[in-house]
Design a protein around this ligand. Structure first.
Ligand SMILES: Nc1ncnc2c1ncn2[C@@H]1O[C@H](COP(=O)(O)OP(=O)(O)O)[C@@H](O)[C@H]1O
Ligand SMILES: [Mg+2]
Length: 280
């Protein structure tokens, strides 16, 4: 945990230095911009809670989503970072005790889905590993778009008993990864995720697969991610460098429970994405 705070501290210091270096007038402009961005972000946050039907079949080979970096650029720096994360997780705990990992963050847009997709992809590259990625953001699912999946049934249908598990699980093209996506957006996501059926599903998946990665919604302001994180063996917490406010991180870690934290992903630690070959 000390490392988490050291990294946060460094991120805060870097941000403060950048503001300081840009001179007082420019710094003032940056602060105003940050406040305005904060208001816009809150509006987007509440807007995204309105249930919307996903459009699962919109992506085709010509519009590959750039979140799947580990497939598109297997030798890139970013993919290497996810391989390092995989190695760290492997050494953290024996396989049997770390079968279920929840990926979450304080707020929307911080890189949870990007981290979950790429971690699951690099894990599935290990020979003989059965890896499942579960989209459990029942309000704004993104896994199906990110992996260009054709989705006939998803998590909500499985939990309601409207579809069999093997009807809903699909393979991600170009990889050995299995995916349980979302199709229908239910009216009662928190109740579905907190149901006995969800608990039983997580237990079953953790015996069927070596690792199950859950791409969760943000933890602040909604019960969904807390429900999912409590069902998992551990939590990976994503922070968007220079964007996630430190107090939001502290509040989110309080909700998760610090003892449940496996580690954190400092997303976009380098503000120049092109250095990562990532232009998404
Ligand atoms: N390191 C990064 N560099 C550039 N864009 C990124 C990075 N991480 C995420 N993104 C983009 O930011 C947006 C939000 O990311 P996403 O993973 O969907 O966040 P979340 O799941 O936390 O809402 C997506 O468009 C994604 O492609
Ligand atoms: Mg997401």
């Amino acid at each position: 945990m000390g490392k988490v705070y050291d990294a946060l501290q460094r991120a805060e210091e870097q941000r403060a230095r950048r503001i300081g270096e840009s001179g007082s007038a420019a710094a003032g402009a940056q602060l105003v911009a940050a406040e305005q961005a904060g208001t816009a972000r809150k509006r987007r946050f509440w807007a995204r809670l309105r249930p919307r039907r996903p459009e699962p079949h919109r992506e085709d080979a010509g519009t590959l989503n750039k979140r799947r970096i580990a497939i598109l650029q297997p030798q890139s720096f970013v993919t290497e970072q996810f391989r390092s994360l995989r190695a760290r997780l492997e050494t953290l705990a024996p396989r049997s005790s770390l079968r279920t990992i929840c990926v979450t963050s304080a707020s929307p847009g911080e890189g949870k889905t990007t981290a979950a997709v790429n971690l699951a992809l690099v894990m599935s590259m290990s020979v003989g590993q059965r890896i499942l990625l579960v989209d459990c953001d029942l309000r704004m699912p993104r896994i199906h778009e990110s992996l260009g999946l054709r989705v006939d049934a998803g998590l909500a249908e499985v939990l309601r008993g409207d579809a069999q598990l093997d009807e809903a699980i699909v393979g991600a093209e170009g990889s050995a990864l299995s995916v349980l996506p979302v199709r229908q957006l239910p009216e009662n996501p928190a109740e579905l995720l907190g149901s006995v059926r969800m608990r039983e599903l997580v237990e079953k998946l953790s015996t069927d697969y070596d690792r199950v990665i859950f791409d969760a919604p943000p933890i602040l302001g909604l019960p969904d991610a807390k429900v999912v994180s409590d069902l998992c063996a551990g939590v990976l917490f994503v922070i968007r460098a220079h964007a996630t406010p430190q107090e939001e991180v502290a509040a989110a870690l309080e909700v998760i429970g610090r003892e449940r934290l496996l580690g954190m992903v400092l997303n976009e630690a380098d503000a120049n994405p092109s250095r990562y070959g990532y232009d998404g």
